[in-house]
Design a protein around this ligand. Sequence first.
Ligand SMILES: [Zn+2]
Length: 122
Amino acid sequence: MFVITCPYCGARDQSEFTYAGEAHIARPEWDDAMTDEQWAGFVFMRNNPKGVFAERWMHAAGCRKFFNVIRNTATDEILAVYEIGAEPPKVSARLPATPSGEALGSGNDAVKVVASDEGARP
Ligand SMILES: [Zn+2]
């Protein structure tokens, strides 16, 4: 469990919120030439990184508004909260190494990690 600061209501327990998936997914313009694979890519294909990730949340037990959160999925640290339509702020995060030595990425392209080597593997 962690605390999420709703931009409209303030800090609340995570149990009041509903996860709504990856942020900044743009619905494609309808085009008769669009294939089923392209549409399925928009509907189903999402990133699921271990690291800094921009996600959409909804305050289900509060104002019921959607907003974006930048969260480090490796530590559950919330790095930023911002309204829908706003530019994602630049964030810095500690990205712990994985046991296999996997390099942790910066999640989706919407997230710009400024400093990420603190606590990283040598
Ligand atoms: Zn709220």
